[in-house]
Design a protein around this ligand. Structure first.
Ligand code: AMP
Length: 479
């Protein structure tokens, strides 16, 4: 299967001029596009009145006030964005002004547009004489990489920009072909990118803008050396943007080494969960979790649910068990081929399956609208993952519900989560009705009181001392 999206779009003749009909990618030739929203059809010729209305809408758009050019503002209007999100309001002017940016923002805040929109504008305004990758986006997972690339396509639809995406786990050959087509924007996972650089398939000596997306997760996944090695072959004159959901000292250290006098943006405090997500916990014995899940899924209010497991084996087993119970559920985790992952994701997106069973790493970047429920069938071993998990619902202002199943061995993990989100999860008594009783928070001396003081520093999870009953190996296995 192809793992990239080579595009050869006609460039605008001027930095901001509109271009003619955009060549639409054929879903057949771009397999992982197949179940995405249909590409925007070529624009028909507008009447004079429609042109005037469009010009007025662009002029009145707050995206115009942020300094974005007409071609990009038009794309945001076509995406249905009326108001920039806080991270967009904060970041876009800095990037347009040429500053490095250090942004603490979780997924679901609109951070992709916060960097893609102004970078496309900078790219369009730059002289085009020299071929080569100008904008490089590093991101931890293939799903996230594919989705950022899709956003480049969507936001850049009136500019015409050559872009492609590369990631590991699939054949390298088609990616080499895509790179030969001369992308100006390259979205990549660090490992495969470094392989290609070392094989001299790719040079990065023309890069003017580097984005490190989900930096905390890249470091968690052990990419720090790869990231540093990639940065070492990019011109030091570049501008650098770093986005991270949390800001542990490792990320701060990387930022210090790579960014120059950055503008700092904090749209949400580290490890703050979206207020639009209702969060609850059910205390349940491990052996009763499956019956509880079936009870949750029997509710028709659960329109689209993502169920989180710690391990890929657990995810496979659970999706098989659900299938036997007549519940169609795809699974997505690191052991699945890219094709299988994409099939599961596509079925979830188009509603063929209402339930997706996922591990933490595989779920990064899953950007599916209308996820009504996140179910933590197993609590994560790193409390920050809880924040990422529940960020899959309640996106872009929608409401959502997150239900955590906590068995007696997971009490320590729950305490860790509650400490970093600085709140207690509500007991979901309605769901617990009829389940064998396990100690609840009120009667459970093992559930420490929240101190209300500073949350435990995120990096502490690495010492393993807080994870009673669950080994770190479990989360590593999920990758
Ligand atoms: P991100 O945090 O970049 O993963 O974006 C989360 C979701 O918000 C995506 O589905 C975007 O399409 C959507 N989004 C981004 N910016 C806006 C905006 N200004 N208004 C409405 N939705 C947006």
């Amino acid at each position: 299967m192809q793992s990239f999206r080579p595009r050869r779009h006609r460039r605008a003749s001027g930095p901001v001029g509109p271009v003619g009909p955009r060549p639409s990618p054929s879903p057949a030739s771009v397999p992982h596009l197949a179940a995405r929203p249909a590409p925007v059809p070529p624009p028909r010729v507008l009447t004079a009145a429609e042109q005037a209305a469009q010009a007025a809408a662009v002029a009145a758009s707050p995206f115009t006030s942020l300094g974005l050019v007409e071609t990009l503002v038009r794309a945001t209007l076509e995406e249905g964005y009326t108001t920039p999100t806080p991270v967009q309001t904060a970041v876009i002017p800095h990037v347009l002004a040429g500053r490095d940016v250090l942004a603490c923002a979780q997924t679901g805040t609109g951070k992709t547009a916060a960097f893609v929109l102004p970078l496309l504008q900078r790219l369009a305004a730059a002289p085009r004489a020299e071929p080569g990758v100008k904008v490089l986006v590093l991101t931890p997972t293939r799903e996230l990489a594919a989705q950022i690339d899709e956003r480049v396509e969507a936001y850049g639809r009136h500019l015409g920009v050559r872009h492609c995406v590369i990631f590991g786990g699939v054949s390298q050959r088609p990616q080499e072909t895509a790179l030969r087509a001369g992308p100006e924007v390259l979205v990549a996972t660090p490992g495969r990118l470094l392989d290609l650089i070392r094989q001299r398939v790719l040079r990065l000596d023309k890069v003017t803008h580097l984005v490190l997306d989900e930096a905390d997760r890249m470091l968690d996944m052990g990419f720090v050396r790869d990231v540093r090695a990639v940065c070492a072959v990019i011109p030091t004159t570049r501008e650098t943007l770093l986005f991270s959901a949390t800001m542990p000292p490792e990320v701060a250290g990387l930022a210090k080494a790579l960014l120059k006098n950055p503008a700092e943006v904090h749209v949400t405090p580290a490890a703050t969960t979206a207020t639009t997500v209702e969060q609850s916990v059910v205390f349940v014995a491990k052996e009763d979790k499956r019956a509880l899940l079936e009870r949750v899924l029997a509710d028709t209010q659960v329109a689209r649910a993502i169920v989180f497991m710690r391990t890929k084996h657990g995810a496979n087993r659970l999706s098989d068990q659900l299938a036997r119970a007549g519940i169609q559920a795809g699974a997505i985790h690191g052991n699945k081929s890219q094709n299988a992952r994409q099939r599961a994701l596509d079925a979830f997106k188009d509603g063929t399956s209402r339930v997706l069973v996922a591990t933490d790493v595989a779920s990064r970047g899953i950007d599916v609208d209308g996820i009504s429920h996140v179910i933590n069938y197993e609590l994560p071993t790193t409390p920050e993952s809880y924040v990422h998990r529940i960020g899959r619902t309640g996106r872009a202002g929608a409401t959502g519900e997150a239900i955590s199943f906590c068995d007696p061995e997971e009490r320590g993990l729950l305490a860790d989560i509650e400490r970093i989100i600085r709140r207690r999860l509500t007991l979901n008594e309605a769901l617990a009705v009829g389940l064998p009783v396990v100690a609840s928070s009120a009667s459970d001396p093992g559930r420490p009181a929240l101190t209300g003081g500073a949350p435990r520093a995120p990096q502490n999870h690495r010492n393993g001392g807080h994870h009673r009953g669950v080994s770190r190996g479990a989360s590593r296995g999920a990758r």
